[in-house]
Design a protein around this ligand. Structure first.
Ligand code: PEP
Ligand code: MN
Length: 264
């Protein structure tokens, strides 16, 4: 079902009038984690003003260590839903377990599968019937074939609205957090009709690399970008402040991107 062989035309996913896939560029921006109503509202306002269509924010965070901040849970989902509604943005959030699929689908427009859960097959199966589009992140050590097979689990359950996301893979390099595999964009688009989204934030782990790699992703044909932005990155509640753009950087980047491809 994911293969281009049996579905030659690009899939365009329509969510409340916003089309993801095709010629336009879908931009998802926002913090790594929802922290408070004020934080997500302020960021939503800036995301909207910059010209993006989708607000990102994690309420359930897959942290490497069990003692790190794990996200604020369902309360965070509600805060983000309110902020999205107030500012006219769609929302995307990560769902980590099958039990939370329903509540995440209740409050968010798009569900995200994190890199660490790409092969959580029970979760993928649950997303096959969740009634929401899914952004599936590539596992940081997964091949293209493994990513496409993971997508197949969701598609096989009856959900045809799946986006693939390149978010960087693990290599021997330590300067960057991950190595953004730009080749994944044209390769996946050749193998599959599904929209391909790039995440230059997790793909590099460094704020100064987000702009060049966002532009490179668009040049490589990405159908959209998911980018972390924070009003106070130094005090963000996850470690991802170092890769979060300041609001003016986010807004300037979108102005540049609009010259490369029309925003949705
Ligand atoms: C995120 O988007 O904040 C996130 C945890 O991403 P990834 O699963 O790619 O690490
Ligand atoms: Mn993050």
């Amino acid at each position: 079902l994911a293969s281009r062989d049996f579905h030659p035309d690009d899939t365009v996913i329509e969510v409340k009038g916003v089309k993801i896939g095709g010629e336009h560029l879908a931009i998802m921006g926002g913090p790594c984690a929802v922290e408070s109503p004020e934080q997500i509202d302020e960021i939503a306002k800036l995301v909207k003003a910059a010209g993006a269509q989708i607000l990102r924010g994690g309420a359930f965070k897959p942290r490497t260590g069990p003692y790190s901040f794990q996200g604020i849970g369902v309360e965070g989902l509600k805060m983000m839903a309110e902020a999205g509604e107030r500012h006219g943005l769609l929302t995307i959030t990560e769902v980590m377990t099958p039990e939370y699929v329903d509540v995440c689908a209740e409050y968010a427009d798009i569900l995200q599968v994190g890199t660490r859960n790409m092969q959580n097959f029970d979760l993928l199966r649950a997303l096959g019937t969740c009634g929401r589009p899914v952004l599936l992140k590539r596992g940081f050590s997964a091949t293209y074939d493994e990513l496409l097979n993971a997508a197949e689990y969701i598609l096989a359950g009856g959900n045809r609205d799946v986006m693939l996301c390149e978010r960087g893979i693990r290599t021997f390099e330590t300067y960057t957090r991950n190595t953004l595999d730009l080749s994944a964009i044209p390769v996946l688009q050749g193998l599959s009709h599904l929209p391909v989204i790039s995440d230059p934030s997790h793909g590099t782990g460094r704020r100064e690399l987000v702009e060049p790699m966002a532009k490179a992703s668009v040049a490589a044909g990405a159908n959209g970008l998911i980018i972390e932005m924070h009003t106070d990155p130094d005090n963000s509640m996850t470690g991802d402040g170092v890769q979060s753009l300041f609001p003016d950087q986010f807004s300037n980047l979108l102005q540049d991107l609009e010259k490369l491809a029309p925003l949705v």
